[in-house]
Design a binder for this molecule. Structure first.
Ligand SMILES: [Zn+2]
Ligand SMILES: [Zn+2]
Length: 88
């Protein structure tokens, strides 16, 4: 049995088909920003409170952190009486 050789440096080779133990292949899921345009790397996500207009800090990734921060604001300031996105 021959040792699998990493061929990921070859153009057009699919890294997912590489079976080498010392693979140098590039897997995009290990780097969520890979290949993303610059403006998406810095999402600058901010959420505004619908009850008082307060805004969260600006988050650079749209991973729900802004929503979580807004939720914390609603909990502490409005006693949880306003839910973001809710219709009341
Ligand atoms: Zn490889
Ligand atoms: Zn508020």
């Amino acid at each position: 049995m021959t040792e699998p050789v990493c061929r990921c440096d070859e153009p057009g080779f699919d890294p997912y088909e590489c079976e080498s133990d010392d693979c140098t292949g590039y897997f995009s899921e290990f780097n969520p920003f890979a290949g993303a345009p610059m403006n998406e790397r810095n999402a600058k996500v901010s959420r505004a409170c619908g009850a008082c207009g307060w805004r969260t800090t600006v988050w650079h990734v749209d991973d729900g952190s802004a929503e979580a921060e807004l939720h914390g604001h609603v909990q502490s300031v409005h006693g949880g009486s306003y839910e973001p996105g809710g219709t009341r």
